[in-house]
Design a protein around this ligand. Structure first.
Ligand SMILES: *Cc1c(COP(=O)(O)O)cnc(C)c1O
Length: 419
């Protein structure tokens, strides 16, 4: 459930009519709803009510906006970071270092040192090589690194190939059949407290079964590691729960996921870590855009909007579906190709889409844009970076300024020898 709905013929974010935001901030603009973020955070936490000892660490890459992180920090959430930049954001939002998990297959030496310096709660080590490097850096700094070993369980998450992370030939984690041996090697390092294992098999999962399969494998691994004399106190189960992008689409509810987790892990005797991203932020945001013009097409008209693939990359990257609707629907429909202004055919949000009838100057939204939206934006075609707004009841604030093409150009130089 979200707080974007038509009231008196106009779409609102909570109690704010979207045209008011478009007027004040311009378009395109991401609009997030605080009440929706809080609701999702609460529902996810309550779904895990039967898991006694847990940390829920929001996957910052899904939506790294500082104000979004602040909303979740106030809900008691930690942060799952995949770069030092994300770690700095989590800290700036007031998230305690011990609630920060640092994942990612390519952490640099500088990033490992920065994490140690900040005293983060857990590094999820993605390879033997990384573990050895972290041990060395921690020893030099006279610190102990709190760690888990990320396991590649070799399960098919049944999602898009580009967001699948737990198959044997994906780059993430160590192969489960080598995990015992690698764990032993790293656990022997005195500067490393290798306290558990981690898994994350992919994103936008439409079924519980692949997760359950991965968790069962992890449970067996925990048993065998303990059998080999290791102390396992923490297991990180990652994120990945999908959200509905289409009207009427039904995905596994957090409650179903929580019940499965409670059942599978009840004898593990560990503290569990969760890393939800999309399920918290996805439906808490829309991309508000204005129709530039409607152009005749071969089969359908092209509705050309002022948002483009640089603002919302998912359709171009993964062929992803975002529901598209008018802010002030007239009741009439049309079949249209919805495209952005960028000079690439990939800048297409939908072909032959049934949608509200729209004409030049009308406002519209792409729904479910709160996760993997603004965070993936670029300035391609020198379009600048899109602005972000957070709504709270009848108030709203710009929580990320639009960075115009001129400011980006200001960061560039023409050397003297070229002038
Ligand atoms: C991206 C990512 C997540 C979040 O995935 P969602 O599908 O957004 O829940 C969690 N953990 C890791 C390690 C990730 O890379």
């Amino acid at each position: 459930m979200d707080h974007f709905a038509i009231k008196n013929g106009v779409m609102h974010a909570e109690d704010v009519p979207l045209p008011r935001i478009a007027e004040a901030v311009g378009t395109p603009v991401y609009v997030y709803s605080r009440a929706t973020l809080e609701r999702h955070a609460r529902v996810f936490r309550e779904a895990l009510g039967d898991v006694p000892d847990k940390l829920i660490a929001f996957a910052v890459k899904a939506n790294p906006n500082l104000s979004v992180l602040k909303v979740l920090q106030k809900q008691g959430y930690g942060a799952d970071c995949v770069s030092v930049g994300e770690m700095r954001r989590a800290l700036a939002a007031g998230i305690a270092p011990e609630k920060i998990v640092f994942s990612g297959v390519g952490k640099t030496a500088a990033e490992l040192a920065a994490g140690l310096e900040a005293g983060i709660g857990q590094f999820n080590i993605e390879s033997e090589e990384e573990g050895l490097e972290l041990a060395e850096i921690a020893a030099e700094m006279g610190l102990t690194a709190q760690c888990a070993l990320r396991i590649n369980p070799d399960v098919d998450a049944g999602t898009h190939d580009k967001i699948s992370t737990g198959k044997a030939d994906n780059k993430f984690g160590v192969p489960i059949d080598q995990a015992g041996q690698i764990f032993g090697k790293l656990a022997a390092k005195p500067s490393v407290n290798l306290r558990g294992v981690a898994v994350h098999i992919g994103s936008q999962l439409a079924e519980i079964a692949p997760l359950e399969n991965a968790f069962e494998k992890l449970g067996a691994l925990v048993k065998s590691l303990r059998g080999a004399g290791h102390t396992i106190t923490h297991v990180d189960l990652g994120g990945g729960l999908g959200v509905p992008y289409r009207k009427g689409e039904v995905l596994p509810a957090p409650a179903e996921y929580g019940a499965m987790v409670a059942r599978v892990t009840k004898d593990w005797g560990v503290s569990l870590i969760f890393e939800p991203g999309r399920v918290i932020a996805g439906n808490a945001g829309v991309l508000l855009t204005r129709v530039v013009r409607v152009k005749r097409g071969l089969n359908h008209p092209f509705v050309i909007v002022d948002a483009a693939m640089n603002d919302l990359a998912r359709p171009a990257l993964y062929g992803a579906y975002h529901h598209f609707e008018a802010v002030e629907p007239s009741g009439a429909d049309m079949t249209a190709n919805i495209v952005g202004p960028i000079c690439e055919t990939g800048d297409t949000f939908a072909m032959g889409r049934e949608c509200d009838a729209l004409q030049s100057g009308d406002l519209a939204v792409f729904r479910t844009a709160g996760a993997y939206g603004a965070t993936m934006a670029s300035s391609y075609n020198s379009r600048g970076f899109v602005a972000e707004v957070l709504v709270d009841g009848d108030a709203f604030a710009v929580v990320a300024d639009r960075i115009d093409a001129g400011s980006i150009m200001d960061a560039e130089r023409v050397p003297d020898w070229l002038a």
